[in-house]
Design a protein. Sequence first.
Length: 625
Amino acid sequence: MDIIDISIIIAYVLLTLFVGIWVSKKASKGLESYFLGGNNIKWYFLGLSNGSGMFDVSGTAWMVGILFLYGVKSFMFMWLWPIWNQIFVMMFLAVWIRRSNIMTGSEWILTRFGDDKPGRASHLIVAIFAVVAAVGFIAYFFEGVGKFMTVILPWDMSLQFGDTVLFNSEQSYALMIIILTTIYTIKGGMFSVVATEVLQYGIMVIAGILVAGYAFFAFSDVEISNVITDEWRNVFFNWELDTQWGAQFQKFNDLIDTEGYKMFGALIGMSLFKGFFASIAGPVPSFDMQRILSTKSVKEAAYMSGFTNLILFIPRYLLIAGIVVIALVVLAPEMAANPNLTGVDLEVILPKVINFHVPVGIKGLLLAGLLAAFMSTFSAFVNAGPAYIVNDIYKKYFRPEATPKHYIKASHIASFAVVGLGVFMGFFADSINSLTLWITSALFGGYVAANFLKWIWWRFNGWGYFWGMLSGLIVASFQFFMDQNKDNFSEGSILYELSHVHAIYLFPIIFGVSLLGSFLGTFLSKPTEMKVLKAFYKNVRPWGWWKPVLTELKKDDETIEKNNHFSLDMLNVLIGIIWQSSMIVLPIYFMIRDYQNTLIALVIFVITSIILKYTWLDKVRKIKD
């Protein structure tokens, strides 16, 4: 590390701490101020903050690895999350969620199911889910930033007592960064999180542009073309992946065969199936939902969600594609010469490129940018998770009448507890990939069915939600347990076969069990009180099967009309996914010098933007808050 690079990183850390602590005095007015910024933060700042929170270093390292190995079509791997749930949020869910005027996702559940016993059961399980998800994501970040910092920095930071290693170098680095981030996050709540994330977004964009510029001018078109094939450039695919790499890089083709994604058509089909239901279910109760609830109005919630999509993908994939171009030219020949490439950790491509193949100055800015990516995402979860502990559990069930100052202190304690549990879990994580699979299959798998039904079906009640969530989480967690212990099962047994099936292909089973739990819980208990359903529908106005509720509402107010925007919303979602995809492939094609496809992606982006102006933006402008 050159002194210039070290100075840039130190300056960034000090500036972030200063900004975070400087604005923290605004968070002392109460829980709403602490967790939602008092609903007084500009929508574009919240959009920048939301985009910054999604620009995480662990995910970036993973995406660099899959783009390097699978080529342009690898952006569809992001559908495993799925990334286009942001499109569903933009088109209609942000409006539905913000109309509730509450503080957290689980508090929102009470407006749907009421505040009786089944309503509280559903409220409690979603609060527990939110806390578990926050802990899981903190473990995910702990694993990612530790691996990243160890490859980048030369110093051995391991700590041992006698012959016992207390912390290895990865864990020590991760702990240091997490402690620094936790300080300003806990001190200032949402105000500090948004202020620092806007700063961090700017640093990430600058870093991405510099890396992309360096990769573009330092390596020629010929050097890139000598490595990648036409199939690597191809965004389209068959049921089974065709040969991605040329004969001189055959080991990469062999590595693809061992990764479990060879049947690419089946993978994408299952991702679409899961993604549709997961996206309509809405954002999980985390930092994304907190940004929606923090906006000033319903209209600004929609603006914020659209702005998040617009500002996130092009700069992020400029950075990713720039790193991959360097890796293709410099690292690919070296990796292909490795006699034991099977099982290679693709997640270290990012830090290796930075460490050895990025010039002084740019390296420091890039490291500061990636550190910013980690800190922004981490701080967002540290702010979101404790909101559910304090507002939805502690305040509701233990101390409903305490002072705002008391709740702020409780929030500080809850934040430390969530971070501590996440770090503890991170110590036992095998890899970023294993945590990714746990979050996307076990956590999200159990979440989907119940949260899909809550929007569209009036008869679905609190007990249906509770048992749907619980059954889905149990079976999904069992699947993850089997995956982690698959080497311990007898070959040929049912458990062995199930444990070796990729998590995404088991999603229909998880979804089906959760759906069964939802239906049984609903039909074996009485419906939610009509007055609760009427208040919910009148306020939120979702589409779906709400005829009995609408009929009752019309008795009081004949002007109430059914939401008939389903077709338009789904059309906008389809256009939005194409719009989002064009913003991802555009910088990739530009960086690999495929100018024809770059122009096509740009034209698609412009056309879809114009269409959405008329079909979405003009509709949002007419919303009455």
